[in-house]
Design a protein around this ligand. Structure first.
Ligand code: 5GP
Length: 123
């Protein structure tokens, strides 16, 4: 269990967001600092802080987030060209909000590898 984040405020309509989809399990809204022509965050309504906190019982919920991402990508016409769906975990993953969320990024070709200006470290 962890403390409330900015995403709880969005779920509770305490702060505004451009919501693109909602159901009983999830909410999807535009990222405030878009990194692609379409950048949507898909979150569970129930807070789970990080991927490390996902348990077996969350299987369906986490799978649901992917289906929502797929549907939003398709609705916006990106199914054929493709898109990226990513979930960051903790500091090295680049996570800044501790309420799990899928980033749906679409509308331009993505880069790989994901880190900027560094060589991959050898384990
Ligand atoms: P993370 O860095 O945790 O993977 O992603 C958090 C994302 O939440 C960032 O892309 C950031 O721009 C977005 N974000 C942070 N605060 C807000 C907010 O108040 N509203 C919206 N719509 N997005 C936010």
């Amino acid at each position: 269990m962890s403390s409330e984040t900015i995403f709880d405020k969005i779920i509770n309509r305490e702060i505004p967001a451009e919501i693109v989809y909602e159901d009983e399990l999830s909410l999807a809204f535009k990222d405030i600092q878009p990194q692609a022509p379409l950048h949507v965050l898909i979150i569970p309504k129930r807070q789970i802080a990080t991927i490390n906190d996902v348990v077996e019982d969350d299987r369906e919920l986490v799978g649901h987030l992917f289906l929502v991402a797929r549907n939003i990508a398709a609705e916006h016409g990106f199914a054929e060209d493709g898109y990226r769906v990513v979930m960051n975990c903790n500091a090295h993953g680049g996570q800044s909000v501790y309420h799990i969320h899928l980033h749906l990024l679409a509308g331009q070709t993505m880069g790989w590898p994901p880190y900027a200006n560094t060589e991959p470290k050898q384990l």
